[in-house]
Design a protein around this ligand. Structure first.
Ligand code: IMP
Length: 173
């Protein structure tokens, strides 16, 4: 049975890198009051820690998406729950757990861009750059990771392991 194995990103590493990302966002958005859009479910822990590390006025919202065909992306993205506030004219930062093939993010960016935000940027916790199929700009990256399937700290395998406080490699899959 597939289980979490080797720790890829420890709690301490998450804490210190997210503190840096929060400072970067605070610097870049000091005068803007941005909306941070967390992508459910994977980004919920990252979002919670990131906003606490970003000491500026900001608004949070969430969007729920699901890729068809299990945990690996097929590029067909379904919106399960939409934003609760309009983003027209606002500075928006998408907060995602991972950019893998890039298909989910490409779809999300296109969809949110059509609502005419003043600016739209992306902050991802992890970037699996080897797997990229489409070129999508990512503005803030926590960690570049190798082509392994990860669980923990929001990442799941069949709905499990999101609650681990670190990112581990799924072993025995
Ligand atoms: P993309 O569309 O291929 O960039 O994939 C994005 C989605 O695939 C993420 O939001 C995750 O839900 C899922 N995903 C990709 N790699 C992993 C992984 O290593 N662990 C858990 N989920 C993953």
């Amino acid at each position: 049975m597939a289980r979490p194995g080797r720790v890829l990103i420890s709690e301490a590493e998450l804490r210190s890198r997210i503190a840096e990302l929060g400072q970067e966002l605070a610097r870049d958005y000091a005068r803007e009051s941005p909306i941070l859009v967390g992508v459910l479910q994977g980004a919920f822990l990252f979002m919670a820690d990131l906003v606490r590390a970003t000491p500026i006025d900001l608004t949070t919202d969430f969007i729920g998406v699901s890729s068809y065909g299990g945990s690996r992306s097929s590029g067909h993205v379904r919106i399960l729950s939409d934003l609760s506030i309009p983003i027209e004219g606002r500075d928006v930062v998408i907060v995602e757990d991972i950019v893998d093939t890039g298909l989910t993010l490409t779809y999300l960016k296109r969809m949110l861009d059509a609502r005419h935000p003043r600016s739209l940027r992306v902050c991802v916790l992890t970037d699996k750059i080897e797997r990229r199929q489409v070129d999508v700009a990512v503005d803030y990256v926590g960690f570049t990771i190798p082509n392994v399937f990860v669980v923990g700290y929001g990442f799941d395998h069949d709905g499990l392991y999101r609650n681990l406080p670190y990112v581990a490699v799924l072993e025995g899959a």
